[in-house]
Design a protein around this ligand. Structure first.
Ligand code: NA7
Length: 546
């Protein structure tokens, strides 16, 4: 009997479903299950709702999805109420919006906040999960749904010696609620992914000196972020139904989709005109709706990469030193083979006299020392404040940081430590009655507009639980054969792209020893949705139900 199961029954509350997370997915999951009459208990490690938008309150945080599609689709009235003030709103607005959603639907009462789930063990006889938290709770539930996010396990202790640093060290995903005064300070920022870029471009004018530690330069797209008036939003709200239908069928869950035919059917001049058109649009459309061949064919990839490099070099005033440090080279990797950040004057930031680049390819970071960052070649870059924009244990980390035990006590951490597998990202063989969102091998693990993909998964899970209840069934588990077939299909789809050749968190390669597999299913959001619906329509074919 596990330690969890030995807890006194008197202390244990019993539920139909335990949900982790109060972000975009968790709030909607709790709403759907509560509305369907399930007894739900939810836990959230943060002190309030918001998920990603609670934790990532670093300077400059905002999303790269347009406000009109970074949305919930279950209430047109609610959609009309938000009234975002710009095309790509900043974190405080999104956090406020999620708080509004929680209040509007009275969702907070289902949550224990500041409570992290530490263990979840499946009892094969009772067919129930026993869930433990760091606050001493023990509850049981028939079903356990993770809405813990795909980028919620930050890589905080990245360098030896961090504890010896005499200033403050912040990971961007653990940013404090109080304002940080950067005035006159020398600030080091490690990392130039989507997060580091937002931080660097935002704080450069506030700090004394900024030292950006750059290892892999990024292809970027300049964000076009016009303000939205209330009248603009009222007009957009009229398109609610059409947009709702649209985002569910596109490749990436955004409004835009591939619409230019084949890259091969255009002359170089025509291609250039198309690139220019999307570049000016200032959204991810250049990446996600230009040409599909950009993801799969070297020639197309090299062509668009050269276009972006040219644009970037112009903005760096053709300075060869800055170009060498900040613009990816042809041999590095192709545009869009990992996440393309939108930015606002990020490159121009490096033209400021108070900003310097520390090239981590010339000499890698060795350790943090009391007064700064020491490189392998012995150089110490002195800083007063150190910001780690060093990313996450993506896709798997939210679940492997919990002691999850399935059949026969098998450990999800151990299983995924050997091989990252799921059944459509919705469940894992060997872990009955566990449902996952934002888990590997579904679009929601990386390559998609998150609100679209998360809601689709939450709807699928909710409908599945309703169907099981209607049939009087109490256990469901993906079969080994079904999971094998999905993993095979996923790998075939992934291996047809250039993404698998590039190192990044998409491939798990930002973490030493993590099994290499593309986290996101990249067959397309609409295709994935169709496959999920087919499984449900066939009575959850591929899942053993009893
Ligand atoms: P990312 O995209 O994983 O970026 C992490 C950054 O940190 C990246 O530039 C890394 O360089 C850098 N890094 C990590 N370790 C080191 C060391 N040891 N030395 C130097 N640089 C290092 O995380 P983000 O938070 O920016 O973005 C995650 C997602 O959030 C993003 O894709 C959006 O979907 C939203 P590397 O590339 O490994 O050379």
């Amino acid at each position: 009997m596990s330690a969890v199961a030995r807890m006194s029954a008197a202390e244990t509350a019993h539920y139909d479903v335990v949900v982790i997370g109060a972000g975009v997915a968790g709030l909607y999951q709790v709403y759907r299950l509560r509305e369907a009459g399930f007894k739900v208990k939810a836990f959230e490690a943060g002190s309030a709702v918001g998920g990603t938008w609670y934790w990532n309150r670093y300077p400059g945080a905002r999303f790269d999805s347009e406000a009109e599609i970074y949305q919930y689709w279950f209430s047109k009235d609610m959609y009309a109420q938000w009234k975002p003030t710009e095309r790509f709103p900043a974190q405080p607005e999104t956090e406020a919006w999620l708080n509004h959603v929680a209040d509007l639907h009275d969702l907070r009462k289902h949550y224990s906040f500041s409570t992290r789930v530490t263990a979840a063990h499946y009892d094969e006889t009772a067919k129930r999960w026993t869930v433990n938290t760091d606050q001493g709770d023990t509850v049981t539930a028939q079903f356990f749904v993770s809405c813990g996010g795909m980028l919620s396990a930050p890589l905080e202790n990245r360098f030896p010696g961090q504890v010896t640093f005499k200033g403050r060290v912040f990971h961007t995903a653990r940013w404090p609620k109080e304002a940080i005064d950067f005035t006159g300070k020398t600030v080091g920022v490690v990392g130039t992914g989507a997060t580091g870029i937002q931080v660097i471009q935002t704080i450069a004018p506030m700090v004394g000196q900024l030292k950006a530690f750059v290892r892999t330069p990024q292809y970027i797209i300049p964000m076009n972020n016009p303000k939205y008036s209330e009248a603009d939003w009222a007009k957009k709200s009229e398109g609610f139904e059409a947009l709702k239908a649209r985002v569910q069928s596109t490749f990436s869950g955004f409004e835009y989709d591939f619409a230019n035919g084949s890259w091969h059917d255009h002359t170089p001049e025509q291609r250039r005109a198309i690139y220019e058109h999307y570049w000016k649009d200032g959204s991810l459309a250049l990446w996600l709706s230009g040409f599909p061949e950009v993801f799969s064919e070297e020639e197309a990839s090299k062509d668009i990469s050269a276009f972006v490099r040219e644009k970037m070099s112009e903005r760096l005033n053709h300075d060869p030193d800055l170009i060498a440090k900040l613009v990816p080279q042809d041999s590095d990797y192709g545009f869009g083979t990992h996440r393309v950040p939108l930015e606002s004057k990020y490159l121009e930031t490096y033209l400021r006299p108070n900003v310097t680049v520390v090239d981590c390819r010339e000499s890698a970071i060795e350790r943090v020392v009391p007064n700064g960052v020491q490189m392998k070649n012995g150089t110490v870059h002195e800083v007063d404040i150190l910001i780690l924009a060093t990313g996450f244990d993506a896709g798997t980390g939210a679940l492997t940081r919990i002691d999850i035990r399935g059949r026969g006590g098998r450990s999800l951490k151990d299983d995924w430590g050997r091989d990252i597998r799921t059944a459509m990202g919705l469940g894992v063989h060997g872990y009955p009655n566990l449902f996952t969102t934002a888990a590997p091998l579904a679009p929601s693990a990386a390559l998609c507009n998150m609100t679209t993909c998360l809601q689709q998964q939450v709807d699928w899970i909710s409908d599945c639980l309703i169907a099981l209840r209607a049939k009087g069934k109490n256990e469901i588990e993906a079969t080994k054969e079904f999971e094998d077939a999905w993993v095979k299909h996923h790998d075939e789809t992934a291996n047809a792209t250039l993404i698998v050749k590039t190192d990044s968190w998409y491939m798990g390669s930002n973490i030493e020893g993590k099994p290499r597999r593309l986290l996101s299913y990249c067959g397309g959001v609409g295709v994935y949705r169709g496959k999920c619906e087919e499984v449900a329509a066939k009575g959850y074919e591929g899942f053993a139900i009893s």
